[in-house]
Ligand binder design. Sequence first.
Ligand SMILES: [Zn+2]
Length: 198
Amino acid sequence: MNILPEILWRMPDEYVYLTFDDGPDSAITPALLRLLAEFQIPVTFFVIGKKVEQHPGILAKIQAAGHAIGNHSFSHTVMTWKSRLDIERELTQTDKVILRTTGKTATLFRPPHGRFGPNLLRSLRAVNRKMVLWNHSTKDYRATTTTRQIQSRLHTVRPGQIVLLHDGHANSGRMLTALKNALPDLLERKVKFKALPC
Ligand SMILES: [Zn+2]
């Protein structure tokens, strides 16, 4: 029997799919939303349930701006060898806080640290969720990554890529500066952006 849920790690079209993990963050996310609104770019946010509990108003703003929202677990624990019960608790707790704010259940899930094992695959399949990975990382989560490095990785995006970024990290200020610097050039090159279907 096939135990695999649908897994997205690239897209079959000409768009670039920016994804932002680990928020909502009270400092970074509102500034990121302003930047995305300025350039009219739809993206996808993978939010952590316990941060949504702290900042439901920011999640409401993400939704109002028309971005896609995905589940990124409740506590950001690595799920590779967790029991199905533990995994399903992480999923449903986050589903609940997202539903409470947005009125919708997230159909997309990104595993913390991109790591997964058989139980997570089974659980996602059981509740019919898509698991979203990526095929272009800006490595913005590393403390040693500079603004310039993030920017040059943004400059190399290609059609069909799912791009990994973070709005909930200590380094996310660098990500924001890099994105602000890269976007005018990307738009001039006619790079087109889209939110993941959800
Ligand atoms: Zn994460």
